[in-house]
Design a protein around this ligand. Sequence first.
Ligand SMILES: [Zn+2]
Length: 158
Amino acid sequence: MTRNAHDEAQELIALGEGLSDAQQTWLRAHLDNCEACGRYAEAANRVVRALRSLPLAADSRLVRATQMRVRIRARDLRQRRERLLLVASSCALVAISSALTTPLVWQGFEWLGRWSQLPNPVWQVGFVLFWVAPTIAAGVLFLAHGTYLSGSNDASEG
Ligand SMILES: [Zn+2]
């Protein structure tokens, strides 16, 4: 076997696919008899396989990681939306209930003021305090709730 035969064999191996039938037959015959070119062919095959499988594996890992990140982000957004909805509906409830009860409470205070013969500013101030108190209480509650949600590691200090 000449030096040229090995060179030719390794060239054909490097070409990989697209060999003619005659070339494949010749190469197989050479590889059967030549250990060095056989090892070269094996190494070349390993490299080709690795090159083929590597981007695929990286892609699927990347896809999985991206999918997980998207899922976590979606869950975060949903939780934030639910929390916002809760706060918004609570605010709406407070606004509606105060809109409904304010005239009644005003009339009640007016009646009380007249009944006890208090000057108008006195029962009016009392009405404002009465009307504002639930809003302040709700605000304090929301603030406490928000602090509880954001900083659970402060619980041990309390
Ligand atoms: Zn050879």
